[in-house]
Design a protein around this ligand. Sequence first.
Ligand code: ADP
Ligand code: ZN
Length: 204
Amino acid sequence: MDIVSGNVGWIEVVCGPMFSGKSEELIRRLRRAKIARKRVQVFKPSIDNRYSDSDIVSHSAQRMGSESVSGAKDILAKLDWRTQVVGVDESNFFGPDLVDVAQQLADTGKQVIIAGLDTDYMGRAFQPMPELLALAESITKILAICMRCGNPAKHTQRLVESEDLIVVGAAGMYEARCRRCFEPGISKQEYFPFAQPKAVSEAT
Ligand code: ADP
Ligand code: ZN
């Protein structure tokens, strides 16, 4: 997104629940930066090796080569200072350190694009997203589709038993839910089909 012309740095944030398309959007923006012949580096947390150790991968199997880092400070250590665009996926795995790192990168002229969850499995704001949203030049919130009712979904529903804030997992362990269908914590996992067949039978 070209929100600023010239070589001034800035922070763009893409947030939303799991399955909302954050990684797809991050990949789309980074691809465009590469088309514009900008120097791009992409970072992902090494703890997140669900699909690949080296690539960021979306649930729709789009992928892009990236570097794994163990923490936010590692991004600075691995940065080639000629890089113009820095992409970071899964901000919630980095914690509060990511805020300073993002600011430092933007202050030194980099375009920083960060994707991550804005709420956790309890529906609470998920660090460091609140602070990143406040500091960013551009913010985009995207929604998924609720797996119970088909409405737009802002929540990440945990389906497995755990009270840990971070449990790395994808389909089967989490699903997207709307405000009405979300059960903070762990879902009871009954099967609720989408509402359309009921609406049809009521109409007849
Ligand atoms: P995120 O990074 O936000 O977890 P991804 O970019 O990895 O999301 O994946 C988004 C893709 O996931 C969608 O384009 C769609 O193909 C697929 N998908 C699976 N479940 C859902 C859902 N409940 N709502 C929307 N998209 C879904
Ligand atoms: Zn719903």
